[in-house]
Design a protein around this ligand. Structure first.
Ligand SMILES: NC(=O)c1ccc[n+]([C@@H]2O[C@H](COP(=O)([O-])OP(=O)(O)OC[C@H]3O[C@@H](n4cnc5c(N)ncnc54)[C@H](O)[C@@H]3O)[C@@H](O)[C@H]2O)c1
Ligand SMILES: O=C(O)C(=O)C[C@]1(C(=O)O)C=C[C@@H](O)C=C1
Length: 306
């Protein structure tokens, strides 16, 4: 089976990018969109993010064979409930939420009797809203599917083929494992960025210094991440609380070890860690995983608009 009519609920960065990518890579597929915000719907129409933007969520999903929920994880249950009356019996409902275990549970509870196959394209930027989306967002990126036990194989295969058509490499994973892995590779890095930029800003206020003005290199990279959408990230931490807390304990232990090394002037401990981490970075670059987005030109998509 393959999808012919895809409904995208939430037309921000992720929803808009899916709409544009489907129109580019799957030209025979009809795309219909809905967003709870009338201003977003208007802008989505102007940008042509999907073929058709409807003002009613129930109508938006009618006759769709794939519905993708692209709203903040805290709004998934509400979005699913809003579309439920329009869903056809055979539909696949999926999402793009950054945390999976609690979202999967919420969707299964809200849509009993429907096939729900959660997904997480590990692709994004610090930008959000209907102007942020672009068709190549998913190219050469991972997309993790977390199908529940007993999910129909043909539907999992169809969703896999859908994401592959948009340029992603698909991996199937247990939702709990996903949340642990993403806690350390995505959620804690965002927390560190939000915190360090906040610390520098507080310091600046106290000392009347120009910490941020003269920041360059590493700190600038942190400010990009710390510009990410506050609603999205508040929801991620509320919905992946356990895994984030567990990984934070590990991280804070390692940070303490570095503090001890600095205090003891243990250069060898520092050198060993930095050598190990440099090898990891080089491995990523050699595998071609670094900024693999083909046309992710900073001029087009990297504007500091957040
Ligand atoms: N931004 C990223 O880098 C990234 C990457 C991968 C996955 N995700 C996940 O994708 C989802 C969407 O993130 P985004 O970056 O596209 O956010 P976004 O803010 O750009 O877009 C979200 C859209 O959802 C709409 N919305 C909110 N509640 C709604 C509801 N109940 N019904 C319909 N529309 C509603 C908002 O009006 C907004 O336009 C989140 O769950 C996030 O965790 C984000
Ligand atoms: O590249 C970025 O700006 C991102 O933050 C993308 C990123 C990530 O942490 O890798 C953010 C959240 C997601 O759920 C997936 C991808």
């Amino acid at each position: 089976m393959s999808f012919e009519r895809v409904a995208v609920i939430g037309l921000g960065l992720l929803g808009g990018s899916i709409g544009l990518a489907v129109q580019k890579h799957l030209p025979r597929v009809r795309t219909i969109g809905f967003d709870a915000d009338a201003g977003v719907r208007e802008r989505a129409r102007e940008r042509g993010l999907v073929h058709e933007v409807l003002d009613d969520p129930v109508e938006a999903v009618r006759q769709a064979d794939l519905v993708v929920l692209c709203v903040p994880v805290g709004a998934m249950r509400l979005a699913a409930a809003a579309v439920a009356p329009g869903l056809s019996a055979d539909v696949v409902v999926s999402d793009v939420g950054s945390a999976k275990q609690r979202v999967s549970r919420a969707l299964a509870e809200t849509l009993p009797g429907h096939t729900v196959i959660p997904a997480h394209p590990v692709a994004g930027t610090e930008r959000s809203g209907p102007d942020a989306g672009f068709a190549s967002l998913f190219a050469a990126r991972w997309c993790i599917l977390t199908p529940p036990d007993g999910a129909p194989e043909d539907k999992v295969a169809a969703l896999t083929a859908f994401w592959q058509a948009l340029g992603s490499t698909v991996e199937v994973m247990d939702a709990g494992h996903h949340d642990m892995v993403l806690a350390v590779t995505s959620h804690i890095p965002h927390l560190v960025a939000y915190t360090i930029v906040g610390t520098a800003s507080d310091l600046e206020e106290v000392t009347r210094s120009e910490v941020i003005k003269y920041s360059a290199g590493g700190f600038r990279d942190f400010t990009r991440i710390a510009a990410s959408d506050p609603t999205m990230w508040r929801d991620v931490f509320l919905h992946n609380k356990d895994a984030v807390l567990e990984m934070m304990d590990r991280f804070m232990g390692d940070l303490e070890a570095m503090r001890s090394a600095i205090r003891a002037e243990d250069g060898e401990a520092m050198f060993d860690l930095f050598t190990r981490t440099r090898a990891i970075r080089r491995g990523i670059v050699e595998q071609g995983q670094d900024d693999a987005r083909p046309d992710f030109g900073r001029a087009d998509h990297g504007k500091d608009t957040a």
